[in-house]
Design a protein. Structure first.
Lengths: 360, 208
């Protein structure tokens, strides 16, 4: 495909770079410590077909841990590094091309009528551009993504075994998206829930806090009750996390696990396991799911080579938009609440346990 | 297949429920701008290299459109056609995916066109690959070194001839080759410079 249409490959390359740039620029409007990490994660997801699940607001909880961050940074550095091999190969090609040109000019009168390598050399020149270009633009192949995720997942599982999960995961997108990176429609989109009103209801929320569960059980459950609106309220598990300096970090532990799990499943399904996987378990407790190959209009989305990034742009940018809106709302909420962890967790539990906002 | 057969049951309907925050715009913000920019630079790269190759071939005696130059132009043209079809297909697929169930005509029609364009572009790409490799092989194995090709019959018609010597043509050849090289180099450098500009390294991890 790339040789068949260099224009398309060049288009993909520029598009990938533009997307990465867009993500990095938009994310700068978010006042959250995890913003650059989130941006890196998003940029690295360009090469797999993705879709957010119905309960994708959970993604607002991506506040990714140290291992994940370190791993991604390492891999990005790895990708961008020019090694001696690649440099010398490219240099060799350039030298050969220059010799062809020189030969073409020196032996103008003697050259055969076939016009030699000059025309053909120029015709293949795009290949050199693309090879160099893909060194500049960070790409993650599916295998790299999977190995990174596998590594992080182990760590996260170990970490999570020590911690308790807040069951209440839901975030209601309560305020307008304020940062300028968003479209006007996105800014208009958000209804506002009444903060004072929710504070008044704290008393009622207290009843939800019984029925705690450690994280292992929670994940082992067939369907996450929190994500199932029709489910009985009494099964909602909620427990205040242990004390620490940063309430935010504590919360992120559970998010870590959820995120990594979903990314694992995403990477797996991208590798072709999707059908088997989805027939066993419903997608309900995943943040990111791989698109369904049978229901997609564009089959190129499922080709994992970077050349096919052009076919993923719509889904990818929509996903970026969703994630950033959610993250921004979450951040605004955090600042508004003033980082009081008690209030914050109570609000979360409230949102996750009531369906009073159902008409929104 | 997926377009006609399953377009009604097809791309999943997004039902966010109480988390309805997603603006229901058809194209996500920034998508169209990116696509436009990217396609312009792809166009520059492809046209520059192909046109330069064609210029070299055309201005090598006998001057005129020959087998080789026609091959180059066809190659570049088909590559651009593939780019165009793919972009249209991406747009239509997105339109089809975001339409709601009620507008079945629009949904199915766009899905059909998108799928068809997608398949056509794949077919064309296959043809183009074969053509390019064959062309390169023929040229280097002197298969194209025959009367028909050397006389540029395709471009000149009955006026064609095989040039015996290059005597008077040397300056033309030299100038055209210099021009072609400059054209190719400039288009490549425009593309690479732009790519270098936009591929900024990610910012350092900061903690607010």
């Amino acid at each position: 495909m790339s040789v068949g249409s260099p224009a398309l490959a060049a288009y993909s390359l520029v598009l990938t770079a533009l997307n990465a740039r867009l993500v990095y620029r938009r994310v700068q409007h978010i006042r959250d410590g995890s913003r650059n990490t989130v941006a890196r994660a998003l940029v690295s997801l360009q090469q797999v077909p993705l879709e957010l699940t119905k309960d994708a607001r959970l993604l607002a909880f991506i506040s990714v841990g140290d291992q994940w961050r370190q791993e991604i940074v390492d891999r990005l550095n790895q990708r961008n590094a020019w090694s001696i091999d690649t440099g010398s190969s490219v240099a060799w090609v350039i030298i050969a091309f220059v010799f062809t040109l020189v030969n073409s000019f020196v032996s103008l009168d003697k050259s055969s009528i076939a016009s030699g390598g000059h025309a053909v050399g120029i015709l293949w020149l795009w290949l050199l551009c693309l090879v160099i270009g893909w060194f500049w633009v960070p790409t993650f192949t599916c295998g790299e993504l999977r190995s990174a995720v596998g590594f992080v997942n182990q760590k996260a599982a170990r970490k999570a075994a020590r911690r308790i999960r807040i069951g209440a995961h839901r975030v209601v997108n309560y305020t307008r998206a304020k940062f300028t990176g968003l479209s006007r429609r996105a800014r208009r989109a958000r209804p506002v829930t009444d903060f004072v009103h929710e504070e008044n209801e704290k008393v009622k929320e207290g009843s939800v806090q019984e029925g705690t569960k450690p994280i292992g059980q929670e994940l082992g459950a067939k369907a996450n009750p929190l994500l199932n609106p029709s489910h009985n309220q009494s099964t909602v598990s909620f427990q205040l996390l242990p004390e620490s300096h940063h309430g935010y970090d504590q919360r992120s532990a559970s998010a870590d696990l959820a995120t990594n799990q979903s990314i694992v499943s995403m990477a797996r399904s991208a590798a072709g396991y999707s059908i088997a996987q989805s027939s066993i378990r419903p997608d309900r407790d995943r943040l990111l799911i791989s698109k369904d190959p049978f229901n997609s209009l564009n089959r190129d989305e499922f080709r994992l080579a970077a050349t096919f990034n052009y076919s993923r742009i719509m889904g990818y940018l929509a996903l970026v938009d969703d994630v950033l809106i959610a993250l921004d709302n979450l951040t605004n909420e955090k600042h508004k609440v003033g980082l009081s962890r008690d209030v914050w967790y109570r609000k979360l539990s409230h949102w996750s346990s009531t369906e009073e906002l159902g008409d929104l | 297949m997926s377009g006609t057969g399953s377009c009604l049951t097809g791309p999943r309907q997004k039902n966010w429920g109480i988390f309805e925050a997603r603006p229901t715009g058809v194209f996500p913000p920034g998508a169209l701008n990116s696509m436009l920019t990217a396609s312009i630079f792809a166009l520059v790269l492809q046209c520059g290299t192909t046109a330069a190759a064609a210029i070299v071939a055309v201005f090598t005696p006998t001057v005129g459109l020959g087998c080789r130059s026609l091959g180059y132009i066809l190659y570049g043209g088909i590559a651009l056609l593939i780019l165009f079809l793919t972009i249209v297909s991406t747009l239509l697929a997105r339109i089809s995916e975001t339409r709601n169930e009620r507008s079945t005509i629009v949904k199915c029609f766009t899905a059909f066109i998108a799928t068809a364009f997608h398949k056509i572009s794949h077919l064309l790409a296959f043809i183009n690959v074969t053509g390019l490799i064959l062309l390169s092989c023929f040229q280097f194995s002197n298969f194209l070194d025959n009367c028909y090709c050397n006389a540029s019959v395709i471009g000149r018609g009955t006026d064609s001839y095989v040039a015996g010597s290059y005597e008077g043509w040397i300056p033309t050849m030299r100038n055209s080759r210099i021009g072609a090289t400059i054209l190719a180099a400039s288009s490549v450098s425009i593309y690479m410079f732009f790519l270098w500009l936009i591929s900024t390294p990610p910012p350092a991890v900061d903690d607010l």
